[in-house]
Design a protein around this ligand. Structure first.
Ligand SMILES: NC(=O)c1ccc[n+]([C@@H]2O[C@H](COP(=O)([O-])OP(=O)(O)OC[C@H]3O[C@@H](n4cnc5c(N)ncnc54)[C@H](O)[C@@H]3O)[C@@H](O)[C@H]2O)c1
Length: 275
């Protein structure tokens, strides 16, 4: 499905990062006016230059999405620059992986703050504006498969993203009567993240064995899910976390550890059991 976003104003937070950058660029190339924002301008500013070179209508505003004054400024600036907001996407994140016995308190706080506070500061602020103006719109967060599928070392990620999922549902209940939808996307690992030097080859190989489709997602496949929720096709979807992970969270394909189609699944010998 080709989505068109002409006459649509989109605010993307976390736009210097991998997913936020891809989402912002895709909206801009689909015709939307896009405000990119991040606490760190290094990635988004270059992207804005590149997109302007392609004729896209984009701007950047630096803001810490956990800081009330910054978010207030961001919304004022975005409304001035874009003339309104129709879609707001929060892809800001602080990566904190490690077992509970090791995680440092300040990292834990940073993770939880960046996951939770945007619901009150960013989404709350945008919702107040929409309600005052009699407008509606779409709010989309980026969750993660760790919200439902924990593993050793995912303590901060799982806690934060389980919170994102439940806050998505709470805000959908609160804002639905005003015609506003609030949803989240939970991506599995994407290809560019898979190439991150922080992951060992062993970890990646093991992870891929857990994905029924046997590969990482393309960033574009996550963008398409965001487009679905932001478009007229997603108008009746509300309070959901849409999982886009190649089946990673569907079950346990991991007993196929190597090679061609396995002869054994979950301990059953295919030939002997007549499966
Ligand atoms: N890329 C993947 O494979 C993948 C898989 C599953 C889930 N996700 C989720 O997608 C989201 C984005 O992931 P990513 O890979 O793009 O991460 P990333 O680290 O590349 O980007 C995160 C961005 O958020 C920004 N940020 C951090 N704190 C901020 C703050 N206080 N205010 C404003 N901006 C802030 C960072 O500067 C960074 O640019 C995360 O929630 C992540 O858990 C990504």
């Amino acid at each position: 499905m080709v989505h068109e976003f002409q006459d649509t104003s989109v605010l993307v937070v976390g736009a210097s990062g991998l997913m936020g950058g891809e989402i912002a660029a895709a909206f801009a190339r689909a015709g939307a006016r896009v405000m990119l924002s991040d606490i760190d301008g290094s990635g988004a500013e270059g992207r804005v230059e590149e997109l302007r070179g392609e004729g896209c209508d984009v701007a950047f505003h630096r803001a810490d999405v956990t800081d009330a004054a910054d978010v207030h400024d961001l919304l004022r600036h975005t409304l001035e620059a874009l003339g309104g907001i129709d879609v707001v996407v929060n892809a800001a994140d602080v990566r904190v992986f490690g077992p509970a016995v090791d995680v440092r308190e300040e990292r834990w706080k940073a993770k939880i703050e960046v996951a939770f506070k945007p619901f009150f500061l960013l989404f709350g602020g945008v919702a107040r504006h929409w309600i005052e103006e009699g407008r509606t719109g779409r709010m989309i967060s980026i969750s993660s498969t760790e919200s439902t599928i924990p593993y050793p070392g995912s303590v901060a990620e799982s806690a934060a993203k389980a919170g994102v999922d439940i806050l998505t549902r709470v805000m959908a209940c609160e804002l639905g009567p005003s015609g506003i939808t609030v949803n989240a996307i939970a991506p599995g690992m994407t290809r560019k993240r898979q190439e991150d030097p922080g992951f060992s080859a062993e970890y990646i190989e093991s992870y891929m064995h857990h994905i029924p489709l046997g590969r990482a997602g393309e960033e574009r496949e996550i963008v398409d899910a965001v487009f679905f929720l932001a478009s007229s096709a997603g108008s009746y979807v509300n309070g959901q976390t849409l999982v886009v992970d190649g089946g990673y969270s569907a079950g346990i394909p991991a007993l196929q550890v190597s090679g061609e189609p396995p002869t054994q699944w979950l301990g059953f010998d295919r030939d002997r059991e007549g499966v």
